[in-house]
Design a protein around this ligand. Structure first.
Ligand code: ZN
Length: 282
């Protein structure tokens, strides 16, 4: 389930709160932009598989910057499209004034109200096969979003770190992590110069139970082992920089993170459950 409570009630997302406050919002993923992580920010759905429905939400939410794969969920079921309702969401984005493109080189279209850059029908190619980096995409998104004097919210997912871990392919995990690291660097550089931007780096879960089980610092070799090829319950690390970053860390629920972002925007009652209350009251 994505951004709905167990009884099916729509739960406002941090992206929707941003839009409500007149901020700009962006989603970037190296998966389909309708895949679970970006979908949980841009829409609401009882089943993550219903990616046609998620695409509709992203249109309805007027997400200012959409960059990733998943073009097939925005086009009718003919040719490359896969939508079963025959709607062409890309022409609807164009009517809103968004620049719509399937090419990285055309992402820098200025003067448009927003950008819908769906660069692949399904997921983007693996990092080593892309002619652009996640850092390039993040740079373009920040360049656009940061022109809004009220501020912006941007979620960037290095989606394929998880894909590689499902395949227990440690080399690809490293390649995808390095690609993601560039996006973090880009966000950090902006935040450092801006002085009023919170950067949060976190995973939604660990995948594969990757562990270092041996090796030697002399030979610079690590022996690794995988526990499984599924998501695990291991805690993940949260890194942060900027205003209110002191509230992030120790042991906390992932659902507390948007509540802390909302706090920076003057919203003290964000989220259905306020598990982080003890933190905020300190
Ligand atoms: Zn996964």
């Amino acid at each position: 389930m994505l951004s709905v409570t167990p009884d099916g009630t729509v739960a406002k997302t941090i992206l929707e709160l941003a839009k409500e406050q007149g901020k700009s919002a962006g989603l970037i993923a190296t998966s389909r932009i309708t895949h679970a992580t970006p979908a949980a920010f841009g829409g609401h759905c009882a089943a993550r598989e219903d990616e046609d429905e998620i695409a509709l939400w992203m249109l309805a939410n007027e997400v200012d910057v959409l960059i990733g794969g998943g073009r097939r969920h925005f086009l009718p079921d003919s040719g490359t499209g896969k939508r079963t309702d025959d709607l062409n969401l890309l022409s609807k984005f164009e009517k809103l004034g968004w620049a719509v493109t399937d090419s990285f080189d055309a992402l820098t279209t200025d003067g448009s109200a927003g950008i819908c850059g769906l660069l692949a029908n399904s997921h983007l190619p693996p990092a080593v096969n892309r002619e652009y980096t996640l850092q390039d995409l993040t740079n373009e998104a920040i360049r656009r979003l940061s022109t809004n004097p009220r501020g912006f919210f941007l979620m960037v997912e290095g989606s394929q770190i998880d894909f590689a871990a499902h395949m227990n392919d440690e080399v690809r995990v490293v390649e995808e992590l390095l690609d993601f690291e560039g996006a973090v660097a880009e966000a950090f550089e902006f935040a450092k110069a801006d002085g009023n931007t919170l950067v949060v780096v976190v995973a939604d879960h660990e995948t594969g139970g990757l562990a270092i089980v041996g090796g030697s610092t002399d030979s610079n070799e690590a022996e690794i082992a995988w526990a499984c090829n599924e998501h695990t319950g291991s805690p993940v690390v949260v890194y942060s920089y900027g205003p209110n970053s002191h509230l992030l860390g120790a042991h906390m629920y992932l659902a507390d993170i948007p509540a802390i972002i909302a706090l920076s925007w003057g919203e003290t009652q964000f989220g259905p459950e306020r598990k982080c209350l003890f933190l905020l009251s300190e």
